[in-house]
Design a protein around this ligand. Structure first.
Ligand code: HEC
Length: 237
């Protein structure tokens, strides 16, 4: 029985630690280092991406921005348009009309409009598939990256990035940034990254909610298990 208690406590603690470690990993760390105008190396902290899968409006707006500004070059090969319609609660007709820029079958995955190999010859690097990008780099990294483009006439596309020095990607949100206030721009990019995080793990919100209740359940279970243990051993001394 003691062993059972130990393993149960171990399990609960282990699960709790994993949860915290996961959060710490996602939150911690800088986004990159860059040399400022004075030639001094500066550390760039990540801004926190506003991730909220319960905010369907934000996810829908993010999907719209992704399909219109990113899917020309980047694929998201693990995501089907039909899943976007279902999970983001967008009527399939609207997905077909406004979000399917690279295919005409709603069951298809998101493919890039322009062949990645041709792009590699244009940009010097092929744009990576973005389905799992937030899992690879972290939500905050992607968010900060998209907010960190700056003008740099020495680069082929006139723009550079603080997070990814000499990035091959042009500043595709330039016009959006020009026409919006900083706050509005950050909110649009926040929606985009929220959508990208959803693409990376559509079940993330459910997993976190279920994980929370599993830990509560284990903690509550500990009480009868502890009492049972006392009961079983009380005569064996
Ligand atoms: C004109 C083509 C083009 C468009 C449009 C474009 N990208 Fe890119 N993107 C690239 C290229 C090329 C790279 C490779 C950059 C490099 O390795 O330096 C890249 C790299 C990236 C990376 C970094 C990948 C990594 O981990 O190193 C992210 C994140 C990204 N793009 C997100 C986006 C998002 C979000 C959009 C839409 C707002 C977008 N891109 C639109 C061409 C494009």
């Amino acid at each position: 029985m003691n062993t059972l208690i130990k393993s149960l406590t171990g399990l609960g603690l282990g699960a709790a630690l994993t949860l915290f470690a996961g959060n710490a990993m996602a939150a911690g760390g800088g986004c990159g280092t860059f040399t400022n105008a004075e030639g001094v190396e500066e550390h760039l902290l990540c801004s926190e991406a506003p991730i909220d899968f319960t905010n369907k409006g934000s996810l829908q707006n993010g999907a719209k921005i992704f399909m219109n500004y990113c899917a020309g070059c980047h694929s998201a090969q693990y995501v089907r348009h039909s899943r976007i319609a279902k999970d983001l609660e967008i009527p399939p007709e609207l997905v077909e009309k406004y979000l399917m820029v690279t295919t005409d079958q709603i069951g298809d995955h998101i493919t890039a409009e322009i062949d990645p190999e041709i792009q590699a010859s244009w940009f010097g690097a092929a744009p990576p598939d973005l389905s799992l990008e937030t899992r690879l780099r972290g939500d905050d990294w992607v968010y900060t990256y998209l907010l960190s483009f700056y003008e740099d006439p020495s680069r082929p596309w006139g723009a550079n990035n603080l997070v990814l020095a000499n990035a091959a990607m042009p500043h595709v949100l330039h016009n959006m940034q020009e026409t919006l206030s900083q706050e509005e721009f950050e909110s649009e990019v926040g929606d985009l990254v929220n959508f990208m995080a959803w693409m990376g793990e559509p079940a993330r919100h459910d997993r976190q909610v279920i994980g929370f209740f599993v830990i509560i359940f284990l903690l509550v279970l500990l009480i009868p298990v502890y009492l049972l243990n006392k009961e079983f051993w009380k005569d064996v001394k």
